[in-house]
Design a protein around this ligand. Sequence first.
Ligand code: MN
Length: 257
Amino acid sequence: MNKDSVLILVTNDDGIRSSGIRILAQALADLGRVVVVAPDRNRSAVGHALTLEHPLRAEEIKPDVFAVDGTPTDCVNLGIYGLLRETPDLVVSGINRGSNLGDDITYSGTVCAAMEASLMGLPAFAVSLDSLKFQADDLALAAKFSRQLAETVLCDGLPPDTFLNVNIPAGGCRGVRLTRQGKRQYGDAVVTSQDPRGRKYYWIGGGEVGFQSIPGSDCNALHDQLISVTPLHTNLTNDKSLAELACWPLDSMLGEV
Ligand code: MN
């Protein structure tokens, strides 16, 4: 790996002002040139959203740091097709404030930014820290692990059609596990209350978040204070169901053609 020619694109969904992205960019800086392209505000839980209905602006707030008024997926697109003259060797998304485990990944802008890069054929991973508090020790561990993982991916690459979802435990780490995507239990996800003017409001995501205990899963790894590394791909086909649904009379649902 020739450090002088390495280009790393860094993004997130917490926004350009998040300490997580700053620490991540710093940690990767000794591996090559790091360009940050991130949303200009918090865009958490926008999933894989792409902005098609209005133009996007990118402001270079300092050299190689761009704030974009779009989604994390927009940032990856703009970074690769608009702002950088060369294709990055690696795309890293994070460090996210809060874990992205199990079904969370379908909502996560952090994970979907890595997914977008992977769809473009680039090696990519997402990093999330299992705490909203963002303690310095935990962030330092997340940054250090991200740097080591980035070096490995730059040297060895990733298997085809694969990106990584990395989650870092907070408050101490007992090791690293290769995991599979687990299963979230979201509980009562909508909180109902009244605003100061007496009008009712609803707030999604206020409920307790739990998980099903599945040995080998990302959720279990974090519960056991282990770093979780999950290889993901974008194909959501349920192969088992293909066989089970093969007997459905789908043609007859069409009626006479
Ligand atoms: Mn976020």
